[in-house]
Design a protein around this ligand. Structure first.
Ligand SMILES: C[S@@+](CC[C@H](N)C(=O)[O-])C[C@H]1O[C@@H](n2cnc3c(N)ncnc32)[C@H](O)[C@@H]1O
Length: 298
């Protein structure tokens, strides 16, 4: 079951499309603004933390059936710049004090390290590459942040529902700014089946950090219908569920951070259907203002 909901199973029209660029564009703009401001503040040591770093390459998907259907040109393949490369090659030579790159696959994180060595100037930069589950490493990061010496910019960019609410909530009361890719349309909405049977309720609970009753109450309502056999209670899924999934996630993030983007960046497939929402949260009002402005311009 877990594999099913976490699998990168984007249909043809959405992988590698313009939504990926839009996401990385928003994020890179924010990183630049963030580090420009933080560099003026000497008190905090800055950490860049990427929990789903990937290999930095699209070509890794070349052997999959899905990838072959996409017919990328060689320019598109070789032109891909993942988040790690963008952050390490920021304009104006802006740098963080520490960089952490995590990926569950050891071979992927090794490839990323090799790639970055080729494409970026890593001299004088402190980089750490770790394999393993991002949830575990986010919790470790949260412990380090409690020493009050570090400020972290966190990027969580999975395709599935890999991030558990427990790891998000471990960041309570830390100096952290976070961007999270929420698979609103592509996965969460599919788990909320029309009849409210919720076969993957444990996954939904650990994702939202909410009990079954609250999830059901939020996404479904009961109506009494007059049928041939008398009155019957029928369960209905709410309208515009994808936007409401994003809204619920924002509501939950507000229990951890004081400023959360009310209108996250909506990322849609070529048919205009939202597949992900990119959400931002911080305890800093100015940071949230910048994130909102970036989102509005895209
Ligand atoms: C969307 S890709 C990352 C793209 C990358 N941020 C970029 O800008 O190119 C997602 C990555 O997350 C990794 N991944 C999946 N589940 C994970 C988990 N539980 N913990 C850490 N990494 C995970 C996958 O191996 C994959 O490389």
């Amino acid at each position: 079951m877990t594999d099913d909901v976490n699998r990168e199973r984007e249909p043809e029209e959405i992988w590698g499309g313009s939504w990926t660029e839009k996401k990385l564009d928003a994020f890179s703009k924010y990183v630049w603004a963030y580090i420009s401001i933080m560099k003026r503040n000497k008190y905090w040591k800055t950490i860049y933390f990427d929990g789903f770093a990937g290999s930095g390459n699209r070509k890794d998907k070349r052997n999959s059936k899905l990838y072959q259907q996409l017919h990328f040109t060689s320019e598109e393949e070789s032109g891909y710049k993942g988040a790690a490369e963008r952050v390490l090659n920021l304009k104006d030579g802006l740098t963080f004090d520490y960089y952490y790159f995590i990926d569950k696959d050891e071979s992927t994180i090794k490839k990323l390290e090799k790639n970055l060595n080729k494409k970026c100037d890593l001299k004088d930069k402190r980089l750490v590459f770790k394999s393993g589950d991002a949830n575990k490493w986010v919790t470790e990061l949260a412990k380090a942040l409690r020493t009050n010496k570090y400020a972290a910019l966190i990027f969580l960019d999975p395709f599935g529902m890999q991030i558990n609410w427990d790891s998000i909530s471990s960041l309570t009361d830390t100096r952290s700014d976070i961007w999270i890719l929420v698979p609103t349309g592509i996965i969460v909405n599919r788990l909320l089946d029309r009849k409210g049977e919720l076969k993957h309720i444990e996954k939904l609970e650990s994702f939202f950090g909410l009990p079954e009753e609250e999830i059901k109450e939020y996404f479904y309502h009961l109506k009494t219908e007059n049928t041939l056999f008398g009155d019957e209670e029928i369960i209905f899924k709410i309208t515009r569920p994808i936007e409401k999934i994003a809204r619920l996630y924002v509501r939950q993030l507000k229990t951890i951070w004081t400023h959360v983007t009310e209108n996250p960046l909506r990322l849609s497939n070529s048919k205009g259907v939202p597949i992900f929402h990119l959400v931002f949260a911080s305890n800093n009002k100015q940071a949230a203002k910048i994130a909102n402005q970036i989102i509005k311009t895209l």
